[in-house]
Design a protein around this ligand. Structure first.
Ligand code: PMV
Length: 316
């Protein structure tokens, strides 16, 4: 039987960078995200086939990404039969647009259902986290906090929905500076940062305050306090990346132009704030009623998409 699931990527407002455990993929910091509308990963899993096969965006995968997928399915059932996984993203893959978050959330949901298992959302989040940390947040729509947790086995390190999809009429404008695959994978980058950045300790120490401030601001629908916390978390993460040896710099000249645009739009009265992940694209949080006017300015620099809060991952 083939089971299909759809999951939406999420963008972190308070960022995750750094692992306290590599085997279970446990974060050193908690984080908060917004799940996105429109962008999605659709994944079908056929359980019990002739051989393992992974097709991503129409191409058969043989190297690392296939290994990751089948290793992930082993976590569902170590004695599993061969499976065929077909996955399609309607947005660029591995380009700092959070494709791994929707990928492993969709695979967790489709994979467990194809294996005949019925997991709770929390169990799915724990499982998805082991494929990609940010995927633990994409099980839910709306706004999600991923607790770093204390347990060694990671059983308390999963997403928690903190506000539903209709909590707040805001948009995330995705300014696409480059749709190419990123140069440094987040897993490798995080390890290098933990081992070599002199800022890493402070990054971890100060993250919990950002989570608390951002969550309060989110509940109060206070875009200025939330936006300020998001920009602060973002710049601390990128400072930690940049001071890694060798330096990890995802910014491109257009990324900086967009950051300056956001600042200048604020002086003109717009309530917009930016964030960036492991890639050069800039994501801009703003009230829904301002989104089209802001996007017009963004389009003078690069193409963009206007997205709203998106839904939970679901079976088709
Ligand atoms: O889920 P990963 O392992 O691809 O890491 C994501 C890390 C960032 O996107 C840079 C930040 C985040 O919290 O999503």
């Amino acid at each position: 039987m083939t089971i299909t699931a759809i999951a939406h990527p999420n963008i972190a407002l308070v960022k995750y960078w750094g692992k306290r455990d590599i085997e279970f993929n446990l974060p050193s910091v908690s984080s908060i995200s917004m799940t996105l509308s429109q962008f999605c990963t659709k994944t079908s899993v056929e359980w019990d086939t002739k051989e393992d096969q992974f097709i991503l965006n129409g191409d058969i995968q043989t190297a690392g990404s296939a290994q990751k997928v089948f290793h992930f399915l082993d976590r569902i059932n170590l004695a599993r039969p061969p499976c065929v996984v077909v996955s399609q993203n309607n947005f660029p893959t591995a380009a700092g647009l959070a494709s791994s978050s929707s990928a492993f959330a969709a695979l967790a949901l489709a994979g467990t259902a194809a294996a005949g298992l019925s997991y709770t959302k929390t169990e799915l989040s724990v499982l998805a986290r082991q494929g990609s940390g940010s995927a633990s947040r994409s099980i839910w729509g709306g706004w999600v906090r991923w607790n770093k947790g204390m347990q060694k086995d990671g059983s308390d390190s999963h997403g928690i929905p903190i506000a539903p999809i209709d909590h707040w009429e805001v948009c995330m404008i995705i300014a696409v500076v480059s749709a190419q695959k990123k140069s440094t994978s987040s897993t490798i980058g995080m390890q290098q940062s933990a081992n070599t950045s002199p800022f890493y300790g402070q990054w971890v120490e100060t993250a919990e305050d950002d989570v608390q401030n951002a969550e309060k601001a989110l509940q109060a629908r206070d875009i200025h306090t939330l936006g300020e916390a998001m920009e602060h978390s973002t710049i601390k993460m990128h400072a930690t990346m940049m001071t890694t040896r060798p330096s990890i710099r995802y910014w491109k000249p257009k990324s900086l132009a967009l950051i300056e645009l956001v600042e200048s739009l604020r002086t003109q009265g717009f309530s917009c704030y930016q964030t960036m992940d492991a890639g050069p694209n800039v994501k801009i949080l703003c009230p829904k009623e301002e989104a089209h006017a802001i996007a017009k300015h963004v389009q003078k620099i690069t193409q963009c998409h206007i997205l709203e809060p998106g839904p939970d991952a679901y079976l088709c």
